[in-house]
Design a binder for this molecule. Structure first.
Ligand code: ZN
Ligand code: ZN
Ligand code: FE
Length: 745
């Protein structure tokens, strides 16, 4: 009898893979068994149709699995069990793979809506193909006793489902039903039917705190301007966009949804997807000054019940105090969120780990915030990184995230937020412990930023490991190379970094550079002519400061005086002249702020990071595309990219009453063209094999599109799966540190 061994690699544990193989094998009348081991899933099968089994494993794998390889080889095994069996896991580490949280599957949704089903209307229905994972795991290995479901003892019916390989809930750790599982209740309203009462409150324009998967949301009717204003006032959040939740058909009625966008919205990760919002009929208060709205579909049974009952889009913004991380515990929610809300839709399944909603976009494909649904998925590393030492990297300051490298793959952890906040810093430290255990990680090197005052840098030095400090923008580019699987020995690339602020080795603040680099090294070959950052980090909150220094430099002091008449200009100029708290910076982010301030976009202050730049992008996207041909001049002398010739033309266009949209687009085109040409020069001269784009400014889809157009057929590396912003920094740091280890060994 023919006997084969089938090795399946990838994300294949905890996703129903063994019962899937078991079902197929029985159908094909095979002898043999299937088990989990440290490398994935291992199958031994004997019978006429053993080859068919391997084929069908490839093509019919369960929805949450990600198969990277199916390797079939002949095997000589004495006896195999018949009928086919599922056997116990083998070897250390066989249970360490954890899948991300996944949106409610269609089978569970049907049960939820079926009055005859025992989970009808049950807010915690889930199965092997969906439900909570990473957000409920307290420690390893992953089984129910180590999750926040431990306190709910399975009823007989659930226990039978759990034990039956033919059931969709076989070994689904969070399995639950109305009899044995978690409950919901409403605080601050009638509690007869919590969902019905919550919906009534939402209809009446009330604001609710709703406990979700990775944290609390503040929820209200998205079509009610008055409620939106109340929410903004209570949260002291004047203009930062709110995320929306709606069914796919609700979203389609507000926005044109392309096929890739629909696919992304309905992915098991259910991220917030940024969609063009030209046609929507929702109040402007949702996202003032923006050309996109952030939409997600309901991704838990609780969300589905709310949506089904409410029947329209809901605002779903994270429940937190300004600057703090999202609230996850019930008592914490009562204490902190009471001033914002009229009631709490609570439940008693604890959240083990705070995970924000991921934020993504489909055109062009881009991850802006990597969190729920995406972590803890690992990324395969490029050729050359197979045998590198284990590295942990601690990222930047504003968008904290940790990265662990081991066995040729990288785990880029979830978005943690601004480490200047004490609670976020705690969460960062907890994440470090967490991921270390999860990944059974034993790093020998800790990587971090050059900036000595970043909390992440201090944390790295406190580890007692060898520390590798990586320049901020080198790390950005290395992350881009890494996710594009650029080989360790692939040669150098011309890396365009357009970013906020990053400390350079010369002590100035970088942020608009062309670096000729590989993983282990870089040279700064071209950069934006530096301007002072008056007030240091404070300069990023007040766009007018950046405009004033640029206009003064261009000899347009009078215009600056006129534009910013109410600001303390003399003080600022004195400080700049005396060099007091005014470090030089080549930041492209601050150039965006300067242009925005000149055309009247939040000149005085930004209420959230990137507000001015996002509004500038929104304006530019509304201009006739052909205006991109009239980009303003930015001169290039082989080293410096000087934007000063641009300002008189912006003034001229303003005086001609040219629409601000056109000015915004001409600026985008100027920046894209100037940097693309500088990078292309390095390719043409033979020093670089390709051009790579990274840094926070590449969250700007228009800027990236323009850059891609200008570069034409130059080989191009861009971010798709990891953030171009500081959320991807740790990945780059880890790769640079690993490459340096290889170089010195
Ligand atoms: Zn399900
Ligand atoms: Zn039950
Ligand atoms: Fe950055």
């Amino acid at each position: 009898m023919k006997c084969v061994q089938i090795r399946v690699r990838g994300q294949v544990q905890g996703v129903g893979f063994r019962p899937f193989v078991w079902t197929l094998a029985n159908e094909l009348n095979l002898a043999g068994h299937v088990l989990n081991d440290p490398q994935g899933v291992l199958v031994y099968a004997a019978g006429e149709q053993a080859a068919v089994l391997a084929e069908r494993i490839k093509t019919e794998a369960p929805p949450l699995s990600q198969v990277t390889a199916v390797e079939v080889s002949p095997a000589s095994v004495e006896t195999l069990p018949f009928p086919f069996e599922i056997t116990a896991s083998q070897g250390q580490g066989s249970q360490t793979r954890i899948t991300p949280d996944a949106a409610t599957c269609s089978d569970c949704l049907s049960e939820l809506r079926d009055p005859d089903d025992r989970r009808f209307g049950y807010a915690f229905a889930n199965c092997t193909n969906c439900g909570p994972r990473f957000t409920i795991i307290k420690s390893m290995p992953y089984d129910r006793a180590k999750t926040t479901m431990a306190r709910f003892e399975l009823c007989d019916v659930c226990a039978a489902e759990y034990a039956n390989p033919a059931d969709r809930r076989f070994h689904a750790q969070p399995v639950a039903c109305t009899i044995c599982g978690p409950d919901i209740w409403l605080e601050g309203g009638s509690d007869d039917d919590p969902i019905e009462a919550a919906i009534e409150m939402l209809r009446a324009g009330k604001i609710l705190a709703v406990k979700g998967l990775g944290g609390f949301h503040l929820v209200c009717d998205a079509s009610n301007s008055k409620t939106l204003m109340t929410l903004r006032q209570r949260k002291r959040r004047p203009s930062k966009p709110f995320a929306l939740m709606g069914t796919l058909s609700m979203i389609r009625s507000q926005s044109n949804v392309s096929k890739p966008e629909a696919k992304l919205l309905t992915d098991p990760a259910a991220p917030i997807v940024l969609l063009e919002s030209k046609t929507h009929s929702l109040p402007n208060e949702i996202a003032p000054g923006q050309n996109t709205l952030g939409w997600m579909v309901p991704y838990t049974p609780l969300h589905h019940l709310l949506m089904d009952g409410f029947g329209g889009p809901l605002v779903m913004t994270s429940g937190n105090l300004s600057g703090e991380p999202q609230v996850i515990a019930n008592e914490e929610a009562r204490q902190k969120l009471s001033p914002f809300v009229d009631g709490f839709l609570m439940h008693n399944r604890d959240i083990a780990r705070r995970l924000d909603d991921s934020v993504e976009r489909a055109h062009p494909p881009m991850v802006l915030r990597r969190a729920r649904g995406r972590v803890p998925t690992t990324l395969l590393l490029p050729p050359g990184f197979e045998g590198v030492p284990q590295v942990v990297a601690y990222g930047g300051q504003m968008k904290g995230a940790i990265c662990l490298v081991k066995d040729g793959s990288a785990l880029l952890g979830h978005h943690l937020g601004d480490l200047n906040d004490a609670l976020t810093l705690q969460a960062f430290e907890q994440a470090d412990r967490d991921y270390t255990e999860l990944f059974e990680h034993q790093p020998t090197v800790a990587a971090c930023d050059l900036h000595p005052e970043f909390a992440a840098t201090r944390h790295a030095f406190a580890k007692g490991l060898q520390v590798e400090q990586v320049q901020h923008h080198h790390a950005h580019l290395a992350a881009c190379l890494g996710e594009n699987l650029w080989p360790m020995n692939g040669g150098r690339v011309a890396g365009i970094v357009l970013d906020g602020l990053g400390l350079g080795p010369d002590g100035t603040v970088w942020g608009g550079e062309v670096l000729l680099c590989d993983y282990a090294s870089f040279e700064r070959r071209a950069w934006l002519k530096p301007a002072p950052l008056p007030g240091g980090d404070g300069a990023q909150k007040e766009p007018w400061r950046n405009a004033l220094v640029r206009l003064d430099d261009a000899g347009l002091e009078d215009w600056a005086d006129e534009l910013f008449a109410n600001q303390p200009r003399d003080l600022l100029r004195q400080a700049v002249r005396a060099g007091i708290n005014a470090p030089l910076s080549s930041s492209a982010g601050r150039l965006f702020d300067a242009v925005a301030a000149c055309i009247g976009i939040c000149p005085d202050t930004q209420s959230y990071e990137g507000e001015a730049a996002m509004q500038l992008e929104a304006l530019a996207a509304a201009a006739p595309p052909e205006e991109a041909a009239y980009g303003y001049p930015i001169t290039f002398d082989g080293t410096l990219l000087d934007p000063s010739p641009m300002w008189p033309l912006i003034l001229y266009d303003l005086e001609k009453d040219l629409p601000r949209e056109v000015i915004a687009l001409r600026f985008h085109a100027a920046l894209a063209t100037a940097f693309a040409r500088a990078a292309q020069m390095l390719v043409d001269q033979g020093g670089a094999e390709a051009v790579a784009l990274s840094g926070g400014c590449f969250q700007n889809a228009l800027l990236q599109d323009l850059m891609v157009q200008v570069l034409g057929d130059v080989p191009l590396l861009i971010h798709r799966k990891t953030p171009a912003n500081d959320g991807g920094l740790a990945l780059g740091q880890a790769l640079v540190a690993a490459a340096k280890q290889v170089e010195t060994s």
